[in-house]
Design a protein around this ligand. Structure first.
Ligand code: NAD
Length: 416
């Protein structure tokens, strides 16, 4: 019996739909719906109050057919094996769509980092890495930041791994600080990818991106860079919301000023050159492009019928529920699915890994030029597949991914 948690189940439904259209060989189908390896560890930590707490940690390597497993490490109270397995599967498909030589992995620790000191977090990170040290490495499994982990956590992962293997190994993680082997352009990469696929979609639909009206949910890493770069190519960012509130200006928000305001106030709320906007008010706006770049399950059957945008670019992971997605597709909204739209991050992680392994670092222009090429190719592959099979872009992205992983699985044959 396979994993059947609700989150993994949702992944399987998307997978099955594409596999059916592709008439995937039943044996390959079976192989691709099982995680290759699920590791569960217990991590004791001496807390600041003198007590010992034991944290549950996971690392799942869903599929390593195309290369080392790749995927972030998440710190959150709701982390579960079901969630980590589904996320590792999604990373498998995302890496395949991005056409980078990685499989899919994901890690997580059940903890509440907002209630832990920096020392406790470092101790937890180091113990977790020590518990999974034999399973990770530049050729095996390369973690990265995810929810509630950042470049500092990656520095601890890199250092702990390096201490165990006896030499400095920068290529064991991506999303590291630039000073210790991180890549230029990695921070902006996901937003840059969102800008590129949105621009390509507009071109395909005959919509002039210059002057196109854009609304963005979330003004963190992905949302703010997407807004900044789309404004840079002439789009008009008319509305932005975040955890605290939102702002709207039909004449276009001044994004550099909004960035400065958000950096100072930790929210876009209260930005003087705009009117306030409720988060729920974002969905029904008369815009050409809508970019959810905050959380999962934001676009549901409650708000999808209000959406007027022509293009919906999923900067976040899983922002649209399956029902809402079907509804939008039927209404002709051009939905650029997460595994394509936000794959600029993992693509630049691949560049970081390549640079670390070569010990030779690229200029920012080179990183951006290579990202541009990869994103345009991925967009075209998915678009052509959607036209060929007469399916929505999400199903098409799965078809591209399953085809790539399935074909190599078949070529490699079965070791038994
Ligand atoms: P982040 O923490 O930097 O930013 C999240 C933003 O969402 C913040 O502006 C926050 O205020 C806002 N937000 C939170 N709750 C909200 C709510 N209820 N309503 C409206 N806004 C809300 O995170 P990020 O790195 O930008 O990631 C955003 C999404 O993109 C996540 O789904 C993440 O998994 C996905 N993603 C990120 C990357 C990356 O490289 N950072 C790569 C791929 C996918």
């Amino acid at each position: 019996m396979n994993e059947t948690g609700p989150i993994f189940g949702a992944m399987l439904r998307e997978f099955d739909r594409a596999a059916r259209i592709l008439k995937l060989d039943p044996g390959i189908w079976r192989i691709l719906t099982y995680p290759k390896r699920q590791i569960v560890v217990s991590c004791p930590v001496l807390m600041d109050n003198g007590e010992i707490e034991v944290f549950r940690g996971y690392r799942v390597q869903y599929n390593i057919t195309l290369g080392p497993a790749k995927g972030g490490i998440r710190y959150h109270p709701d982390v579960s094996l079901d969630e980590v397995t589904a996320l590792a599967a999604w990373m498998t498909w995302k890496c395949a769509v991005a056409h980078v030589p990685f499989g899919g992995g994901k890690g997580g620790i059940v903890c509440d980092p907002t209630r832990m000191s920096a020392r406790e977090l470092e101790a937890l990170t180091r113990r977790y890495v020590a518990e999974i040290v034999d399973a990770i490495g530049p050729e095996k499994d390369v973690p990265a930041p995810d929810v509630n982990t950042n470049d500092q956590v990656m520095a601890w992962v890199m250092d702990t791994y390096s201490m165990h293997v006896g030499h400095t190994e920068t290529a064991v993680v991506t999303g590291k600080p630039i000073e210790m082997g991180g890549s230029l352009g990695r921070r902006e990469a996901t937003g840059r990818g969102v800008m590129i696929v949105t621009r390509e979609a507009a071109k395909h639909l005959g919509l002039d991106i210059k002057g196109a009206k854009v609304a963005v949910q979330g003004f963190g890493n992905v949302g703010s860079v997407s807004a900044e770069l789309l404004a840079g190519i002439g789009a008009k960012i008319v509305a932005v919301t975040d955890w605290k509130g939102g702002v709207i200006n039909p004449a276009g928000l001044d994004i550099p000023k909004l960035l400065a305001h958000a950096a100072k106030n930790k929210t876009v709320d209260g930005f003087p050159d705009a009117d306030p906007l409720e988060n729920d008010g974002l969905w029904g706006l008369d815009v050409d492009v809508l970019i959810p770049a905050a959380l999962e399950n934001q676009i549901t059957m409650e708000n999808a019928p209000q959406i007027k945008a022509r293009i919906l670019t999923e900067g976040a992971n899983g922002p649209t529920t399956p029902d809402a997605h079907n509804h939008l597709h039927e209404r002709g909204v051009f939905v650029i699915p997460d595994i394509l739209a936000n794959s600029g991050g993992v693509t630049t992680s691949y560049f970081e890994w390549v640079q670390d392994r070569h010990g030779y670092f690229w200029e920012l222009d080179e990183v951006n030029m290579r990202l541009e090429k990869k994103m345009v190719e991925a967009f075209e592959d998915v678009l052509e597949t959607s036209i060929k099979y007469k399916v929505d872009l999400r199903t098409a992205a799965y078809i591209v991914a399953i085809n790539r992983v399935g074909m190599v699985t078949k070529m490699r044959g079965m070791y038994a």
